[in-house]
Design a protein around this ligand. Structure first.
Ligand SMILES: C[S@@+](CC[C@H](N)C(=O)[O-])C[C@H]1O[C@@H](n2cnc3c(N)ncnc32)[C@H](O)[C@@H]1O
Length: 355
């Protein structure tokens, strides 16, 4: 058996690949969409197709994310992943959530390698697939890979996917493969009533949710968390990384208080992480071996809680915010991740507990 068949069998056995998408995963060669240089594993290891052909090919058919660009393609950045071929199990889960039927027109936001677009093209016909990539070099690469693999009919648009793809709308489905903190209303406007939007959602506090929304006849999208996966951010909504060493200011001036809340109480489960992501905006949570940093570089605010002691400073009292959010979450019955209701209308995104 080949590597591709092995991957398909493993995904089928684990229940992550449905019968509906099995044939597409067998037919579309993932390696044909990867560049010669990739970064793989944790910590990231550079693999070259010429120098490490066996490892390179094994990475193409492992159930793991393959990083295909660092630092927006610049040479001297810190080594942040800015494009990738997503983990096959996640690709399969998202495509299943998308619930496509023959003849549907689908717009993907975040072309990356073009692999996901090729899977959609196999299933729906290339002419029914449009894909938007913000990075011109990646868009060109994906265009060439799609052509070479026989999916020349897919439309690749280079542009900001936050605006969707108004010139080719309306669509039956929109799928984003980059994380949205705020799901843009443009996607709702460009989806037909009865249509569906699937995208990763998360904030600086926590990101790791797949949201599925249906677009109602009133032009508002409604839905909720339907799966777990962590993605890189959409470029314009990028959460810049923080560094506890560089983003803490005037430690001597911090106020010191006590708390009965433990780190685990506020980051110890998926449900509480999602709640904090919803309730405490623009706040990074960085756990350490002993405690938890909370940092908002924009307002130059930080808090550190460990062993019942809290130090905090800045325009925002971040630990107080987290404590208040945690209290309201518990008072509301500890809302499960899947019980938040997402609504995206002309006024933007709202996330509220389901009643
Ligand atoms: C995880 S990768 C996508 C994987 C891709 N679907 C595949 O099959 O290879 C995320 C991609 O989203 C792109 N991206 C980020 N922000 C974007 C935006 N505002 N509009 C369009 N694409 C964006 C990134 O450049 C990156 O290529």
């Amino acid at each position: 058996m080949g590597l591709r068949e092995d991957l398909v069998r493993a995904l089928t056995d684990s229940g992550e690949l449905s019968a509906r998408w099995r044939e597409a995963f067998l037919a579309v060669p993932r390696h044909a969409f990867l560049p010669d240089t990739i970064w793989y594993s944790d910590p990231l290891k550079r693999l070259s197709r010429n120098e490490n052909p066996t490892e390179w090919l094994a990475a193409a058919y492992a159930d793991d994310c393959v990083v295909t660009q660092l630092d927006d393609g610049t040479q001297d950045g810190p080594g942040l992943a800015t494009s990738s071929a997503s983990m096959p199990a996640v690709v399969a889960t998202m495509l299943d959530l998308l619930d496509v039927e023959p003849g549907m027109r689908v717009c993907e936001i975040g072309t990356g390698t073009g692999y996901n677009a090729a899977l959609l093209a196999y299933q729906l016909g290339p002419n029914n697939v449009m894909t938007v990539e913000v990075d011109p070099a990646l868009a060109r690469r994906a265009r060439a890979a799609l052509d070479a693999a026989g999916y020349g009919g897919v439309t690749v648009v280079c542009g900001d996917g936050l605006e969707g793809c108004p010139e080719l709308a309306p669509f039956d489905r929109i799928i984003a493969t980059a994380n949205a903190q705020r799901i843009p209303y443009a996607w709702v406007e460009q989806t037909k009533p009865g249509g569906r939007i699937v995208c990763p959602w998360g904030t600086a506090f926590f990101s790791g949710a797949l949201v599925s929304l249906s677009v109602d006849a009133d032009g508002v999208a409604r839905g909720g968390i339907a799966g777990r996966a962590s993605f890189m951010d959409l470029r314009a909504q990028r959460v810049s990384p923080v560094d506890a060493d560089a983003d803490i200011y005037d430690e001597e001036r911090a106020t010191v208080t006590r708390t009965s809340l433990r780190t685990d109480d506020v980051i110890g489960s998926y449900d509480v992480n999602i709640a904090m992501a919803v309730l405490v905006p623009d706040c990074h949570a960085l756990p350490t071996a002993d405690g938890l940093w909370l940092i908002d570089p924009t307002s130059r605010s930080w808090a550190y809680a460990a062993d019942g002691e809290v130090r905090q400073l800045g325009a925002r009292r971040l630990w107080d915010e987290v404590e208040a959010a945690h209290r309201s979450w518990v008072d509301a019955g500890s809302t499960r991740a899947t019980a938040w209701r997402f609504t995206v209308g002309p006024a933007g995104q709202r996330i509220t507990p389901r009643r």
